[in-house]
Ligand binder design. Sequence first.
Ligand SMILES: [Zn+2]
Length: 388
Amino acid sequence: MSVPRLELQAAVLGTRLMNAVKSGHSMETEDAILWTDAKTVLRWICSTHRRYKQFVGNRVTKILESTDASQWRWVPTADNVADKATRPQGQVDFSQKSRWMCGPKSHRRFSEYNRLLRTMTWVLRFVCQCRRQQHEHGKYGLTAAECAEAELVLVRVAQREAFPDELHRLYANRPVQPTSELKGLLPYLDDLAILRASGRIDAALCLPYGARRPIILTHRHPLTDLIVRHYHVRMKHQNVNATITEIRMKFWITKVRRVLQRVIRNCGVCKLQRATPTPPLMGSLPEDRLKPGGWPFEYTGLDYFGPLLVTVGRRQEKRWVALFTCLRTRAIHLELAQDGPMRKTGIGSYIDQEAPLTPNDLLKGTSNIPDTPAESEELPKPCETRKQ
Ligand SMILES: [Zn+2]
């Protein structure tokens, strides 16, 4: 049997297992997600095309009887925890920190601190309910007190992972080692077993407790990155020092400047703000502008601007201005157009002229277009200038 067909068999087995767990459990499950690392199986399940071979068709039908295609997800082989059990290997790691116990990394990763905090708060509330501890505001949404409690849990876990030696010594009421990076902070454990720095500003009662005794975090922990990013966004991507001051109202992060600069380097909004627009390459100049010799205004560009309000006697009138530019020398000549655009220039009136005029004609005051051009006569160029 081919590997994709074996994987499909596994998907059928997974579906049966899901049904068995659902029926054997007293709790009602609203939703279930099924993971497979076989993309072929996913295509078979999600495709609307149903002309499969009998073997595949029967099994896909069986899968779709109790699940929906949207419930199926793909897990990369590198993250597939099931491989731990199915692949032959010498020693399997079943410790608390192993992938088998913690799940794939992609499931543990959070991109936003608030999301992590709220998830943790919900988990804590679930634990409370399982222990039959009724919470005061259990019926409503999350409370600030619950979020604060969840934050301390997260911090405690991060500190335990980052400073095991220091915590061990502090639990035994011994000072941290002189070589520890926290030595200068005079760390201590508070009543809730949170590692805090003791500073010299205890008398500054105007400051919150967090600023006087900040929580210590290491720059190496992913939680620190999330917290720094959270403050960076909260401070509207402002400068480094302002953000660090805000962070220090609650946390003392080792090498915080370096963490913040790393966060800023990876921040999409800051990247956009730093980007400078690339000026477009200009096209090559037209032939008229590059001919050597000749006289000024041999090739001319023309534009109008206005209206400008001018005072005539006691009233105000509108005036338009014709602007001639010499394409070669870039000299400028201005003419007043009294009655409006293309009505009459100071040089001559051409309003009744049907043939196209060049700016040169207007400037020179004579038209080089005869009223009725003879057939034998060579027609003048319709336009001597080009649009710039
Ligand atoms: Zn930013």
